[in-house]
Design a protein around this ligand. Structure first.
Ligand code: IVH
Length: 678
């Protein structure tokens, strides 16, 4: 150390140097100093900070590792939801997407897209306040993720503080954490040498590494990160395009993938796809396709999004990987609602990054259509994270012994007759909850992460509980005693206590989770949320007729029928009452208040024809949320809601840079609390 240099200045210089070396090492792949010299700088900084703890700052490179292990991850509500992407699997699906983009934006000329590799890792949101990394969260269900800040801080490629003079008050950066191939191979070799189970693929390794409660373990994993998008941006204007946004990211010191290009029109898009497909095998990390994003933000806004994914972006997946293997046997599984699914058991085959041993054949029709027989050689395909499938049988290799598979007529679990309902492809076991397979599946579903989220209640445990008749309905879970749990295989004192605690914790839930957990047919998470929002209370929903139910967005006659029949069954009502008597509760479901909603106090203009409601209904809904509905577009207009055949108002809004919402975007905004403003 230079003796004359003041301490604070020396510390700052060390931090700056280390950060710069980090950037050169992780982002530019061009280290300027040897590892040993880097370690020397780190050690000097650590020593100075240990001697002067009052000088430690949150963004010091020494603060990347150091937090104590967590007991569990806290939940983080994403201020702006983390959306997913729709997929295109071939040229024509991409072309159809491009046409939809041009139709929606009313364009005849070619659209400019940004073409990015689709990184095969996991999405993360990084929140920087006044430039300092304050929170990192996983995507979770898109609305809520897990707080993995301590782990993310250990990833060298992610800056703890943004660089430059243009740092906004608040910014949420979206990007992908992944594990480069070299690091993945090393990690797996070490695991095998230590007699541990290797990770199936780099994506699982990245996800497993990020979800460690002890950040010291994450720190040892070779994780990397590339930025690709934005959640919140406060305190500075949004750039005009995705490509300008990337320039800003780079200026802030965030790592940006160097394989990004622009493409104008369909032909250039196809070429960019092919070029990345050709480079794929040589890239140091895994990609499973390319992502096309409309480059201009003004255009993006006019195109809007649906609740799950933007309509201005699409992922074009690389073709699936295919391998051949042998069908060892075929058997059937009984699902939660009694559905009978034929499953082919295969000689293990490594395809698309995982070892496949079981493949669903979906239903009897599909089984016969593909005519899969025991002993057949089959082509197995797995694309990205899509479940593996049998593409076809290699008929030339079929032997004389292979006879067509006959579906059973009795349930393999409870021996009740199987029935086929008119108009449905599936065969069902008629025994309902007298069938132990259905009991097992409904308990698993009830306890699952998206439902009651009972931590530690895995499939194997549920299977034992049901087999021993300790649990016959979800409600029985809450009367389990410590002694009963200790009578199970591989259940130690601590695990029993943890499970009892997790069950207790799960009693405090939300109405949508509870409804979803009941396992009513056709009621997924989204429908459960719509039902909860519409009825507010369980009682009202239980008593609703099919006609009333059909007024709920997202609920058609089939769903309505299933809801009514579910609550008509005395057994189900009893289970629900017992669950409530055990103290399951949720916060009251309230409609969003006017001031909370993204449309409150906004000046909104309606134009064109809306298909899901009349103009008056739309106006009433807007006014209900505190929006001001006016007749003409001006600079003061916040949103233009454009239905079919929008005319001059749309053109004017676009020329003034007013945010244009499609009908779908408007409807999902009515149902949610998304903040569209930047
Ligand atoms: S953009 C609003 N860009 O793919 C758009 N996603 O299938 C949100 N992914 O959850 C995503 N590379 O984890 C985007 N260049 C890229 C990406 C990318 C990988 C992942 C991401 C997302 C998933 C959707």
């Amino acid at each position: 150390m230079n003796a004359s240099e003041p301490l604070q200045q020396r510390i700052q210089r060390l931090r700056d140097d280390i950060n710069q070396h980090n950037q050169r090492y992780y982002q530019l792949d061009a280290p300027q100093i040897a590892d040993a010299d880097y370690d020397q700088l780190m050690r000097e900084l650590e020593t100075l900070e240990a001697e002067h703890p009052e000088l430690i700052t949150a963004d010091s490179p020494t603060q990347r590792v150091g937090a104590a292990p967590l007991a569990s991850f806290q939940q983080v509500l994403h201020q702006v939801p983390m959306l997913s992407l729709d997929n295109a699997f071939n040229d024509s699906e991409f072309e159809a997407f491009d046409k939809r983009v041009r139709d929606r934006a009313d364009l005849t000329e070619d659209v400019t897209y940004l073409v990015e590799p689709k990184l095969d890792g996991l999405a993360i949101s990084l929140r920087y306040e006044e430039g300092l990394l304050v929170c990192a969260a996983t995507r979770g269900d898109g609305q809520r993720g897990e707080n993995v800040t301590e782990n993310v801080k250990t990833i060298g490629a992610i800056p703890l503080r943004l660089k430059g003079d243009t740092v906004p008050a608040v910014v949420e950066i979206r990007g992908e954490v992944f594990m480069p191939l070299q690091g993945f191979d090393q990690l797996n070799s070490a695991a095998i040498a230590a007699g541990e189970k290797p990770f199936a693929n780099p994506r699982n390794a990245a996800a497993g590494s990020l979800r460690q409660l002890d950040s010291k373990i994450t720190a040892k994993r070779p994780l990397a990160f590339y930025t690709y998008g934005l959640g919140v941006l406060d305190g500075m204007p949004l750039p005009s395009s995705q490509s300008d946004l990337f320039l800003l990211f780079a200026a802030w010191g965030l790592p940006v993938c160097d394989q990004i290009s622009t493409a104008k029109g369909v032909q250039q898009c196809h070429e960019a796809y092919q070029s990345l497909a050709d480079k794929r095998a040589k890239l140091p990390y895994e990609i499973d396709g390319v992502v096309y994003k409309v480059n201009s933000f003004r255009l993006q806004q006019s195109i809007g999004f649906v609740s799950r994914a933007p309509r201005w972006a699409i992922a074009r997946k690389f073709p699936a990987q295919e391998k051949t293997t042998q069908v060892l046997s075929i058997d059937v599984q009984v699902g939660r609602t009694g559905s009978i699914t034929p499953v082919a058991r295969l000689a293990p085959v490594f395809v698309g990054g995982v070892t496949v041993t079981n493949v669903t054949l979906h239903n009897e029709d599909e089984l016969h259509r593909k005519d899969v027989r025991i002993g057949d050689t089959v082509i197995v395909r797995r694309a990205g994270d899509v479940i593996p499938e049998i593409v076809a049988v290699v008929i030339e290799q079929r032997t004389a012994e292979a006879v067509p598979y006959q579906m059973p007529t009795l349930c393999p679990v409870c021996s009740s007759p199987l029935e086929k309902i008119e108009g449905e492809a599936v065969i069902r076991c008629s025994a309902g909850l007298y069938c132990q397979a259905q009991v097992k599946e409904s308990v698993k579903h009830f306890a699952s992460r998206k439902a009651m989220d009972v931590d530690g209640l895995g499939d194997k445990l549920v299977e034992q509980l049901v087999a021993k008749k300790l649990v016959q309905t979800p409600a029985d879970l809450y009367s389990l005693t410590r002694e009963q749990l200790l009578s199970l295989e591989r259940m130690a004192d601590k695990s029993a206590d943890n499970l009892l605690q997790a069950l207790e914790k799960s009693k405090s839930t939300t109405l949508p989770r509870f409804l979803y957990g009941l396992g009513i047919r056709e009621v997924g998470e989204v429908t459960a949320t719509s039902l909860a929002q519409h009825f507010g209370q369980l009682d009202a929903l239980q008593q609703a007729s099919a006609e009333v139910l059909e007024q709920v967005p997202d609920v058609g006659p089939i769903v309505a029928k299933h809801v009514v029949s579910f609550f008509q069954l005395a057994h189900n009502r009893e289970v629900v009452n017992t669950l409530l008597s055990y103290g399951i509760h949720w916060p009251e479901v309230k409609a969003l208040t006017k001031t909370q909603h993204a449309l409150s106090d906004k000046v909104v203009v309606l134009t064109g024809t809306l298909s899901s409601m009349t103009r008056d209904q739309a106006k009433a809904a807007l006014q209900d949320l505190g929006a001001k509905v006016t007749g003409s577009v001006s600079k003061k207009t916040d949103f233009l809601i454009a239905g079919e055949e929008s005319g001059s108002k749309l053109t004017k809004a676009q020329s003034l840079g007013v945010t244009v919402l499609s009908e779908e975007a408007f409807v999902s905004l009515l149902q949610s609390n998304l903040d569209l403003t930047d």
